[in-house]
Design a protein around this ligand. Structure first.
Ligand code: S3P
Ligand code: PEP
Length: 438
C-alpha cells in the first residue's frame, strides 16, 4: 500500500510520459452503498450488500446505523463470492451519537431514520458540515411530526429526539440547494405512519439522477413510489407506508469515481477500460460517456466493460451540469487542458458542497497559470499553457482527483492532502499508480 500522506503533505502528481493504457477496477458507488445501507436498516428482514464501498462516507454511515442498534456484519456473500455486508435490522435505538464527517448522504439521510428511533440521536461532524444546508430536512421533519433541537440554526450540530415512530404526511420543501433533501425524506418514508408526499417548491432541483436512484432503490425493496415521471404531478413524490424487503444487492462501481481514470485516457490519447460498467444505471457518472465523447474521446460498452479511448485532442465544451454536478471538478480539469474554451453551467449549488467548488477550481487552476472565471452558476474556462505548482484540495476528494488529472499533462503539480480522496475512493493513489504501471 502507498502510504497516504498526512494532511499538510504534498503528493507529487504523476506525469504521464505517453498515452495511458490500463484496466481499472473502480470501487463501489458511494451513493448506492449509503442508500442500500439505509434501506436495509429499515427493512423487515435481514439483507445482503455485496461489493460495498468501504470509504470514509460509507463507514460513517455504517457506524451511525450500528449506533442506533442495526447489525452490520462483515462477511462474504451468500454464494461465497466476494466481500459483503449482512445488515440485520432491529428496533432503532437512542440515545446514540452520529458523526456525519462531511458526508452529505449521512447528514441528510439519517435524521429521518433517527426520528424513528426510541430516544435522542445527537448529530455532529466536520466543521464544513455545519455550513452545508440541512434546513430542508430539519424543517420538513418538524412538519412531519419530529422533535429536533438545533438551537434555531437550521444546521448541525443538532439532536433528533426520536419518538419511536413518525406521523409522516404532506410536506413542501425547497430542495434547490440539494437533491439529498428529497432523497432523505423518501428513503425513510415507508416507515412513516402515513408515508409521505414531498412537494419541491423553489428554484431548479439539481442532481435529478440521484433522486431517480432513490426511487429505483426504494422500488427494488418493495416500496410503492409515485413520481413525476410515472405520471404524477411535476416536483411531487409520494411513498406509501409499508414493510421493506431484505434484499441481496450488488453495488455497481462508482461511475463518478471512474471519471479521473477515463479522463486519463482522454488527456493522454490512451485507452482505459472500466470493468463492470452497468448497461443501465441511475448513476450520474454514466453521462461521462457522452460528455467525454464531446470533449474528444470515444467509447464502447463491451463485454469487458467500458472502453474509453482518447484521440489525442481534447476539446472545450458548453454544457449544463445541473443533473450531474458532482462531475464538475473533473470536467473543469479536462477543460483546462483543452484546445478551446468551455462553459460549465447550472451548478451554483456546488458552492455548498465539500468546499465552494467553483471558487476552489477557479483559484487552483489559475494558480497553475490557467484562465478560469466564475459565473453566477458555473465556470468559464479558457485553456492556457499551465505550469507546475501546489494544487490545494480544501478537504474535497474531487478537488484532489481533478488536480491529479491536470498533473498527468503538466509536470510538477503537487496535490496537497491527497488523502482526502478517502471520502469516497480510499485507494486512489495506488489505483492511479497502478493505472500508470508504477
Ligand atoms: O444523493 C446522493 O447520493 C448525491 C446527490 C448529489 O448531491 P446534491 O444534490 O447536494 O448536489 C451529489 O452531488 C452527491 O455527490 C451525492
Ligand atoms: C457532493 C458530494 O458529496 P456529498 O455526498 O457529501 O454531498 C460529492 O461526492 O461530490
Amino acid at each position: 500500500m502507498t502510504e497516504i500522506p498526512a494532511h499538510t503533505s504534498l503528493w507529487p502528481a504523476p506525469h504521464a510520459s505517453g498515452p495511458v493504457f490500463a484496466t481499472v477496477h473502480v470501487p463501489g458507488s458511494k451513493s448506492v452503498t449509503n442508500r442500500a445501507l439505509v434501506l436495509a436498516a429499515l427493512a423487515a428482514e435481514p439483507g445482503w450488500l455485496r461489493r460495498p464501498l468501504r470509504s470514509r462516507d460509507t463507514l460513517l454511515m455504517a457506524a451511525a446505523l450500528r449506533a442506533m442498534g442495526v447489525g452490520i456484519e462483515e462477511g462474504v456473500g451468500p454464494d461465497g463470492s466476494g466481500e459483503a455486508w449482512r445488515v440485520i435490522p432491529s428496533g432503532l435505538r437512542g440515545p446514540a451519537t452520529v458523526d456525519v464527517g462531511n458526508a452529505g448522504t449521512v447528514m441528510r439521510f439519517l435524521p429521518p431514520v433517527a426520528a424513528l428511533a426510541d430516544g435522542p440521536v445527537r448529530f455532529d461532524g466536520d466543521p464544513r458540515s455545519y455550513e452545508r444546508p440541512l434546513n430542508g430536512v430539519i424543517d420538513a421533519l418538524r412538519v412531519l411530526g419530529a422533535r429536533i433541537d438545533d438551537d434555531s440554526r437550521g444546521s448541525l450540530p443538532m439532536t433528533v429526539h426520536g419518538g419511536g415512530a413518525l406521523d409522516g404526511g404532506r410536506v413542501e420543501i425547497d430542495a434547490s440547494s440539494s437533491s439529498q433533501f428529497v432523497s432523505a425524506l423518501l428513503l425513510s418514508a415507508p416507515r412513516f405512519n402515513q408515508g409521505v408526499e414531498v412537494r419541491h417548491v423553489g428554484g431548479p432541483l439539481p442532481s435529478m439522477p440521484h433522486i431517480r436512484m432513490t426511487v429505483d432503490m426504494l422500488r427494488t425493496v418493495g416500496a410503492q413510489v409515485d413520481t413525476p415521471e410515472s405520471g404524477g404531478e411535476p416536483n411531487v413524490w409520494r411513498v406509501t407506508s409499508g414493510a421493506l424487503l431484505g434484499r441481496d444487492l450488488t453495488v455497481e462501481p462508482d461511475l463518478s469515481n471512474a471519471q479521473p481514470f477515463l479522463a486519463a485516457a482522454l488527456v493522454t490519447g490512451g485507452k482505459v477500460i472500466v470493468p463492470d460498467w452497468p448497461e443501465r444505471t441511475t448513476q450520474p457518472g454514466d453521462r461521462l460517456r457522452e460528455i467525454f465523447t464531446l470533449m474528444g474521446g470515444s467509447c464502447e460498452l463491451a463485454e469487458q466493460g467500458l472502453e474509453f479511448t482518447g484521440s489525442g485532442s481534447v476539446h472545450g465544451i458548453d454544457v449544463d451540469l445541473s443533473e450531474v454536478g458532482e462531475l464538475t471538478p473533473g470536467i473543469a480539469a479536462v477543460a483546462a487542458l483543452a484546445d478551446s474554451p468551455s462553459t460549465l453551467r447550472g451548478v451554483a449549488h456546488l458552492r455548498l458542497h465539500e468546499t465552494d467548488r467553483l471558487a476552489a477550481l477557479t483559484k487552483e487552476i489559475n494558480e497553475l497559470g490557467g484562465d478560469v472565471t466564475e459565473t453566477a452558476d458555473g465556470l468559464h474556462i479558457r485553456p492556457r499553457r499551465l505550469h507546475g505548482g501546489i494544487f490545494h484540495t480544501y478537504d474535497d476528494h474531487r478537488m484532489a482527483t481533478a488536480g491529479a488529472i491536470i498533473g498527468l499533462a503538466v509536470p510538477g503539480v503537487e496535490i496537497e492532502n491527497v488523502g482526502t480522496t478517502a471520502k469516497t475512493l480510499p485507494d486512489f493513489p495506488d489505483l492511479w499508480a497502478g493505472m500508470l504501471g508504477n
